[in-house]
Design a protein around this ligand. Structure first.
Ligand code: ADP
Ligand code: MG
Ligand code: MG
Length: 888
């Protein structure tokens, strides 16, 4: 830790820089950067996150060093501004703003106008000649300080304010004059004293420290902790505090405040997008109290300021090389920037902006692929209403298109209910006037969010975009009665539990459930994924063949086609068990299982052979030119026979078998621990005719489609190998069948025989197994199961608690345990390649579609990952990101 805790910015120079986010928080680091760029920023200083960390370690107190540096910097600020905190003639006012390394919208609170007291308010009034403004600033400060710092209920201040408004018979704050505001201050003082037990602090230094403490404390308030949990933000020291001289958007009619984005955060369109309010301060714009105006009208009413703003926007975007989200204030026609950051955006916008920035020459393709997260891409693969269906619909209401994607769900009116209902397995749409930070949990679980008030930068809109949850905001046509748990649209009542559909892409809301469809890959998304492919294909690692590929797990021709459409470069896993489950095959297969002799078994398998051959032909055709890994039968036979005695008796009748004998036979198939029992290659060894039949089906299918001109590349995969002897034997069996098929058909088909590495022993003895395998596929589901000793089907009973208690960071069946299971993967690859340098390796577990696991696989030297068809685009992107990250 350094000894410097406070960093000054002002007078065109700052001690901090944009790169110092960890230390100064995002807000502080960017205020410093903007200052250095010569952009007008009100001067101030940032107290570092290290001071916050120390504050917690010191039992919620500041060290002498921190106190001294704050005092020194405050003096410096007073000097630069030529004003003093609390001065009776010309007082300095400051804001105290939180800001961590990662932006957390609405998580921590800001206090404005600090430094006002009974003397200073007169000073401001005198000095500005604007008495109303002075008292308005004072009453805002008492309210914010009371609420944020001392925990006085917001509501009580509102009541006091409404009391004065009612007395005067006006509706808006703006209709209150200076004398009214003095009354508000008086009433606020009473509210404050009632709750705090002592008068409002008149000493500005006391105010300042109380506010700093409050910001530091807010780091660990419930909302902030929850936000960090949901967004998996860990390992941060704390928040920084920014103490900054005030500029006033509520000074006059030529003053105002606003937020803007250098590009549209919803669509990514290169269009200067924002909202502002004249004669307003701070959070008025996002609070949704008054309806803000679009930036375009600033261009009409105040072209001078608008031009300045456009200029600043262009400079900031070119400097940060990314879309910026900015806060600005205009005081008496002069522009000040109060914040800039890389703007949060929808998945659609993320893709468009990344691609546009490349064509504008601001970033390269490698950077572009790192600009879109897996979650953002996931949004684009989410349901929408097809244009065809759309034409037939009539919206019952229309609001703002706040966050894209369509959602269907049952209406609930509180975040709490949203959480309760989803726990019961319901899909819900959260309907509120406006959301607030307390609603985070409920917003997270909702399919969609609908609000009646609030603009495009309202809390609901910003948070929903960040979460990728469809949202329609400011839907004025709906009138909510929260108490009665219902809303009305033009007289029609919708009760809690009624189903509605909303489309966050155009703001429309529909009665009932509308059919949704998955979108396609096209336009900019196609371009970006093309770049990702280019990057992956060119990946170079020592001792590994060039490229890093993405395959899909698909069992059916339809799935295989979908996978190719999504960009799969092969099939990493075709499970064959389902092929036995359809009507036509299950009968014969059961006959095979309960047969008394080898002859009878072979006879029973014959009809299945033909049917499976057809199945494989379908997949091979869909994957023309691409490798297809087919896994031979894996699950225990017991899964294929009926379980109740009555069903077994019925089966006996059907097969013409002795009922009692069959009951015994089926009984004999039962295992205490089938997952560790008679399955996988163990079946292939005890029932060789089953694997023989499957190999024959695969190769006959291959030979037939090859004759039709299909480029077919079968890879036969033997599951659950634990010792090389198993593979040696089964490979020899398979080769025999393959040779006979190829001879019979007179065709030449290139094939491979490999194995899954899914038993720890296989990884440990990989150098013995590799000589018998042309490829490995890491079956990380079983490998995780057996390495942890957790039954995958039973983890639900304890893993959630393990995660809560931090015994596990996350569910190892979702994200690969790189420390433990990962060692076995690495060892399997290394030992295997030590005897067979060009051994092809991949992964086909659930982890193949998880970005963190994909990055691990790249580092471990795997040639490909394989995942479900719908995850393929995400895997393509994540794989490219792994390649880019490794090259840095
Ligand atoms: P948040 O992180 O919630 O956006 P901020 O610290 O950015 O909180 O501040 C809240 C609002 O107050 C913003 O609109 C911001 O622009 C405004 N604000 C903060 N500091 C000042 C200041 N020194 N002068 C004028 N407005 C300010
Ligand atoms: Mg805030
Ligand atoms: Mg802000």
């Amino acid at each position: 830790m350094s000894n410097k805790y406070v960093y000054y910015f002002g007078n065109g120079k700052a001690e901090g820089r944009a790169e110092m986010k960890e230390l100064l928080g995002g807000k502080g680091a960017n205020l410093a950067e903007m200052t250095n760029l010569g952009i007008p920023v009100p001067p101030g200083f940032t107290i570092s996150t290290e001071a916050c960390d120390q504050y917690y370690k010191n039992n919620l107190s500041h060290s002498d060093e921190v106190k001294k540096q704050v005092t020194d910097n405050l003096e410096r600020l007073e000097k630069e501004m030529g004003k003093k905190l609390g001065d009776a003639d010309d007082p300095l006012l400051v804001s105290v703003r939180s800001g961590a390394a990662v932006s957390m919208p609405g998580m921590m609170d800001t206090v404005l106008n600090l430094g006002l007291n009974a003397k200073a308010v007169e000073g401001i009034a005198k000095n500005t000649g604007n008495v109303r403004f002075a008292w308005d600033a004072y009453r805002r400060f008492i309210q914010m300080f009371g609420d944020v710092v001392m925990g006085v209920p917001h509501h009580d201040f509102e009541k006091a304010l409404n009391g004065v408004k009612d007395e005067k018979g006006v509706e808006n704050d703006i209709d209150l004059d200076a004398d009214d505001l003095k009354k508000v201050v008086e009433a606020y003082m009473k509210v404050y004293e009632k709750h705090v037990g002592k008068g409002f602090p008149q000493d500005p230094i006391e105010q300042l420290w109380a506010a700093i403490d409050a910001v530091f404390s807010s780091w660990n308030n419930e909302r902030a902790i929850k936000y960090r949990q949901i967004n998996k933000i860990g390992d941060l020291l704390g928040t920084a505090v920014n103490v900054q001289s005030m500029v006033f958007g509520n000074w006059s009619e030529t003053s105002g405040t606003g937020v803007c984005f250098s590009r549209d955060p919803s669509t990514g369109e290169k269009y200067f997008y924002g909202e502002y309010l004249m004669n307003a301060q701070g959070e008025d714009v996002v609070a949704g109290i008054r309806t803000p105006q679009p930036l375009s009208s600033l261009e009409d009413t105040n072209p001078e300021v608008y031009k300045q703003l456009v200029d600043v926007k262009d400079r900031l975007e070119a400097h940060y090389k990314d879309m910026q989200d900015m806060e600005f204030t205009i005081q008496e026609g002069k522009l000040f920037l109060l914040q800039t950051r890389n703007g949060k955006r929808t998945g659609k916008a993320a893709v468009k902006i990344a691609v546009d920035l490349v064509s504008e020459g601001l970033i390269d393709k490698e950077t572009a692929v790192t600009r879109v997260t897996a979650d953002q891409l996931d949004q684009l693969l989410h349901p929408m209403i097809s244009p065809k269906v759309k034409k037939t619909l009539k919206a019952m209401a229309k609001g703002l298109e706040a966050s894209p994607g369509a959602a269907v769900g049952k209406v609930v009116f509180t975040a709490e209910d949203a959480e309760k209902w989803t726990e019961k397995g319901e899909k819900v749409v959260l309907v509120r006037n406006e959301t607030s930070p307390e609603d985070i949990g409920g917003m997270h679980v909702s399919e969609g969010i609908l609000t009646a008030t609030g603009g495009m930068t309202s809390h609901a809109a910003v948070v929903a975009r960040g979460m990728g949850t469809p949202c329609v905001a400011g839907c004025k046509a709906i009138v909510i009665d929260e108490k009665a748990k219902q809303f009305t649209v033009e007289g029609k009542v919708f009760k809690e539990g009624d189903v509605i559909t909303l489309d966050g892409s155009d703001g429309e809301v529909y009665e009932g459930a509308v059919e949704l469809e998955k979108p396609e890959i096209q336009g900019e998304l196609d371009t970006l994924l093309g770049w990702a492919d280019e990057i992956r294909h060119g990946a170079k690692r020592e001792g590994v063949a060039e490229g890093f590929f993405v395959r899909a797990n698909a069992d059916l021709p339809e799935d295989a086609r979908k996978a190719v459409e999504f960009g799969a470069e092969g099939i990493g896993l075709t499970r064959t068990e389902h092929m036995f489950f359809d009507e036509a095959k299950l009968g014969p297969f059961r006959r095979m299982i309960v047969a008394d002799s080898l002859e009878e078994r072979k006879e029973a398998l014959k009809p299945i052979l033909e049917l499976q051959t057809e199945d494989f032909k379908g997949i091979f055709k869909a994957m023309d030119g691409k490798p297809v890994t087919v896994r031979l039968l894996d699950p225990p036979l017991h899964e294929f026979v009926p379980h109740t005695e009555a069903e077994v008796r019925a089966l006996a009748k059907e097969l013409g078998k002795d009922e009692e004998k069959l009951i015994k036979r089926v009984e004999g198939l039962k295992e205490l621990n089938p997952m560790l029992g008679h399955r996988g290659c163990r079946l292939g060894i005890t029932y060789p005719e089953v694997y023989d039949m499957q190999v024959e089906a695969i190769m006959s299918a291959a030979a037939q489609v090859a004759k039709e001109g299909v480029d077919v590349r079968p890879e036969i995969m033997i599951p659950l190998v634990g010792t090389y002897k198993e593979l040696e034997l089964l490979r020899a069996n398979a080769e025999k069948v393959i040779q006979s098929v190829l001879e019979k058909t007179g065709s030449k088909v290139e094939y491979m025989i490999g194995t899954m590495i899914e038993i720890p022993r296989a990884a440990l003895t990989s150098d013995q197994i590799a000589p018998h395998a042309d490829f490995y596929s890491f079956g990380t589901n079983d490998l995780t199961q057996m390495t942890f000793g957790y039954s995958r089907d039973d983890v639900g009973t304890f893993v959630p608690e393990y995660i809560e208690k931090k015994i596990l960071k996350e569910d190892p069946f979702q994200s690969l345990d790189t420390e433990g299971v990962g060692q076995l993967v690495k060892m399997g690859v290394e030992k295997g390649r030590s005897v067979k340098p060009d051994l092809k390796t991949g992964i086909c577990g659930e982890h193949g579609g998880d970005p963190a696991s994909i990055a691990f696989c790249y580092g471990a030297g795997l040639n490909y990952v394989s995942c479900s068809p719908y995850r393929v685009p995400i895997a393509r992107l994540a794989a490219a990101q792994a390649v880019v990250a490794a090259g840095k």
